[in-house]
Design a protein. Structure first.
Length: 79
């Protein structure tokens, strides 16, 4: 369980540096979003973007922890 929580923490930190990744992807020529630069600068847009990324990563990490609640006799691997 400690490793799963550590993974969640590191994923949240990774989201904070996503700006570097987005800059790299933008320079690669992939199509972008439909928001204007003015819309992207809005605080509400930044909050929604970051919150949705954190919720998505956290949900995925918690979903990955679900096998930890399986009874011992149903586990495929030793714990």
């Amino acid at each position: 369980a400690a490793a799963a929580w550590g993974n969640t923490f590191s994923d949240v930190i990774g989201l904070w540096i996503s700006g570097f990744i987005e800059t790299f992807v933008a320079s690669s020529g992939l199509p972008g979003h439909e928001l204007t630069s003015g819309q992207m600068e809005l605080l509400t847009v930044r909050i929604v973007k970051n919150t949705s990324m954190i919720v998505g990563i956290s949900f995925g990490c918690i979903l990955g922890m679900l096998p930890l609640i399986y009874p011992e006799e149903y586990r495929i691997w030793p714990s």
